[in-house]
Design a protein around this ligand. Structure first.
Ligand code: NI
Length: 161
């Protein structure tokens, strides 16, 4: 299991770089990330959450684990409120409104193009993981009041060590 970077780690704020070549190292990283995600447990994990500045994530919303490499959301619509958490901000969650439907494109581990229309939990996971890959944490998606409370909690945690 790989260590999951936590809130405050600068790696979480840096946008990742595209994967140039899907080689054995990428396949090994994906295996380790899937194992780490299950162990956590979580439904998605972005590469920079394990300290790797590459544009890929793994996820499993109940239909088996998969990796998406160089993902992009090309269309989104609707609205959906959902209680969202993050493995890099453990123990906390907030109701966040985001688009319900997204169209995600990218590559699978074999380098084949994938195109997925997703809604609800799957759509939410895709948006959350793409945020990570762009260096954005869910804290930046909170309403001002939620965000103030969140930062108070996180600061008190930092003081407590
Ligand atoms: Ni997260």
């Amino acid at each position: 299991m790989l260590p999951i970077r936590q809130y405050g780690d600068p790696v979480l704020k840096q946008p990742t770089k595209e994967v140039d070549e899907i080689d054995g190292r990428v396949a090994k990283l994906v295996d380790e990330m899937i194992e780490t995600m299950y162990e956590a447990p979580g439904v998605g994990l972005a590469a920079n959450q394990v300290g790797v500045q590459r544009r890929l994530f793994v996820y499993d919303v109940g239909e088996g684990a998969a990796a998406i490499i160089n993902p992009r959301i090309v269309e989104s619509s609707g609205e959906w409120a959902y209680e969202e958490g993050c493995l890099s901000v453990p123990g906390l969650s907030w109701t966040i409104v985001r688009p319900n439907h997204v169209h995600l494109v990218g590559l699978d581990l074999d380098g084949r193009e994938v195109s997925i229309e997703a809604s609800e939990l799957e759509g939410r996971v895709f948006q959350h993981e793409l945020d990570h890959l762009d260096g954005t944490l869910l804290l930046e998606r909170l309403e001002p009041e939620q965000r103030r409370e969140a930062l108070t909690i996180l600061r008190s945690r930092a003081v407590a060590g």
